[in-house]
Design a protein around this ligand. Structure first.
Ligand SMILES: Cc1ncc(COP(=O)(O)O)c(C=O)c1O
Length: 427
C-alpha cells in the first residue's frame, strides 16, 4: 500500500543546525576537536558539571519517604512554583504580595515559551478584532523562538538589536522599532545573557525600553533562561524583570532552571503571568480566569509536568543552606566563563590577530558572538573546531587546555580571510 503521507504533503524538515554540528563533532576522531556549539556548561576538564548542590538535593530527594512517582497537579508542584516566583521577582516583590501573578510549572524554558505563546495566540485580542497581534523578537534571537511562536499561530517580526559593525547593541534601532510597532504588540525580550549575541541593555537602557513599552502599551514576554548564570548574581540578572514589574506592566515570563541548575534534561521551568495593579477583587478575578485557561491549555498539552527535577529544584530553593550553596555554584560557573572571556581576548590581542576583540569581554553569559563569518566558521571546522555558522561560540566549551589551540586556529583563519578585519573594525 502506498503511504498517504507523500513528500508533497510531508516534505522532509530541515535538520536543526545546532544538533547537526554536534553530530559532526561526535564523528570527528581528532584529539584536537573542540565543541563550541551547544549551550551547556562544561568545567575546565571539559566535563559535564553536576552542581554540587544539585547532587546533594538529588540524593536527598531520592531517599526521601515523601517522594514518590505520583502525578503532580496540572499546574505542577506548588512549593516549587512559589519559590520560582521569588527567584525571578525577588522576596519583597509587590507583584507577589498583591497576588498579581499566576504561574504553572512547565517543561523547562521551551515549554514555558510554548504555553505562553499558545495562551496569547488563543486569547490576546488587544484591538478587539479577531486579529492575533504580531510577536516582535530581536534580530538575531535564539533560533527556536520564531518556530515556537509560529507553531502557536502567532505572526512574527523582528526589531533591530545587534549592530554588526560595532559588535554592540543597536539601541537607537531597537527603540525606534519598538516605538513603530503597532500599539499592544507582543515584544519578546531576553531577561539577561542575550542568546546568541551575549549583549544586554544596561540598566539605564532597560528603563528607556520599559518607558516605550508602557507608552505603546506593548505586552512584554520575557525569556529568562540564564538568571544567575550570566553575572553570578540572581538579583543582578533579574533587573529587567523586576524593573518591568515595578512599572506595573502586564507581562509574562518563561523561566528556565536548565542552565542555572545544570539540570537540562530534567526539564524544570515555570511560566508566570503578571497582571497590572487593580483592586484586590479585580486582581483575584483576573488571575483566576487567566490561571484557569492556562491550566486547561497545560492539560491538553502535557496533562501535568514531570515531578523529579521540580522536587530537586524546590528543595534547593526552599532550604536556606542549599540556596546559599546554589548561589556559590552559580558564581563558580559564571566566574569560569568570565575568566575564559578575559583569556580569549588577552591571547588574541597578544597574537595581534587583526580586528578588535573588546566585544568578547563586553558580552555576558553562555555565548560569544565572535564575528567570524560563515566561511570562517567552516574553515574552523576543518581544524576540528565546531561552532554554528553564525559565529556564535559557547564559552563553556573553552578551557585552559584547549584555549591556545582555539586562539591559534582563529588567528590563522582571520589572517587568511580577506575582509574580516574590515568588518570587525567597522570600516
Ligand atoms: C534564549 C533561550 N531561551 C530558552 C531556552 C530554553 O531552554 P530549556 O528549554 O532547556 O529550558 C534556551 C536554551 O538554550 C535559550 O538559549
Amino acid at each position: 500500500m502506498m503511504t498517504a503521507f507523500t513528500s508533497t504533503t510531508v516534505p522532509e524538515a530541515p535538520e536543526d543546525p545546532l544538533f547537526s554540528v554536534m553530530v559532526a563533532f561526535r564523528n570527528d576522531s581528532s584529539e584536537k576537536k573542540i565543541d563550541l556549539s551547544i549551550g551547556a556548561y562544561r568545567d575546565n576538564q571539559e566535563k559535564v558539571w553536576i552542581l554540587p548542590v544539585v547532587k546533594k538535593a538529588t540524593a536527598t530527594t531520592a531517599m526521601s519517604p515523601d517522594y514518590n512517582h505520583e502525578y503532580l497537579p496540572i499546574i505542577g508542584l506548588a512549593r516549587f512554583i512559589k519559590a520560582a516566583q521569588r527567584v525571578c521577582l525577588g522576596n519583597s516583590s509587590d507583584v507577589i504580595k498583591d497576588n498579581r501573578i499566576t504561574s504553572l510549572q512547565t517543561i523547562s524554558g521551551t515549554g514555558a515559551l510554548h504555553l505562553g505563546a499558545l495562551f496569547l495566540s488563543k486569547f490576546y485580542r488587544p484591538d478587539g478584532s479577531n486579529n492575533t497581534p504580531t510577536v516582535y523578537m530581536s534580530s538575531p534571537t535564539w533560533s527556536n523562538h520564531p518556530q515556537i511562536f509560529k507553531l502557536a499561530g502567532l505572526p512574527t517580526a523582528t526589531y533591530r538589536y545587534f549592530n554588526a559593525s560595532t559588535r554592540s547593541l543597536d539601541f537607537d534601532g531597537m527603540l525606534t522599532d519598538l516605538a513603530a510597532a503597532p500599539p499592544k504588540s507582543i515584544i519578546l525580550l531576553h531577561a539577561c545573557a542575550h542568546n546568541p549575541t551575549g549583549i544586554d541593555p544596561n540598566p539605564r537602557q532597560w528603563e528607556q525600553i520599559a518607558t516605550i513599552m508602557a507608552e505603546r502599551h506593548h505586552f512584554a514576554f520575557f525569556d529568562s533562561a540564564y538568571q544567575g548564570f550570566a553575572s553570578g548574581s540572581l538579583d543582578r540578572d533579574a533587573i529587567a524583570l523586576r524593573l518591568f514589574a515595578s512599572y506595573g506592566l502586564e507581562m509574562c515570563i518563561a523561566q528556565s532552571f536548565a542552565k542555572n541548575c545544570g539540570i537540562y534534561g530534567q526539564r524544570v521551568g515555570c511560566f508566570h503571568f503578571i497582571t497590572s495593579p487593580a483592586t484586590e477583587a479585580d486582581t483575584l478575578e483576573t488571575v483566576t480566569r487567566i490561571g484557569s485557561q492556562l491550566t486547561a491549555l497545560q492539560r491538553a498539552c502535557i496533562s501535568n509536568p514531570p515531578a523529579y527535577g521540580a522536587h530537586v529544584v524546590s528543595l534547593i530553593l526552599n532550604t536556606p543552606d542549599l540556596f546559599e550553596e546554589w548561589e556559590e555554584d552559580l558564581r563558580v560557573m559564571s566566574g569560569r566563563i568570565m575568566h575564559m572571556r578575559q583569556q580569549l581576548r588577552i591571547k588574541l590581542e597578544a597574537l595581534g590577530t587583526p580586528g578588535s576583540w573588546h566585544h568578547i569581554t563586553e558580552q555576558i553569559g553562555m555565548f560569544s558572538y565572535t564575528g567570524l563569518t560563515t566561511d570562517q566558521c567552516l574553515q574552523m571546522r576543518e581544524m576540528h573546531i565546531y561552532m554554528p555558522l553564525n559565529g556564535r561560540i559557547s564559552m563553556a566549551g573553552l578551557n585552559l587546555k584547549n584555549l591556545d589551540y582555539f586562539v591559534k586556529s582563529m588567528d590563522r583563519v582571520v589572517r587568511e580571510t580577506e575582509g574580516f578585519s574590515k568588518v570587525v573594525n567597522g570600516k
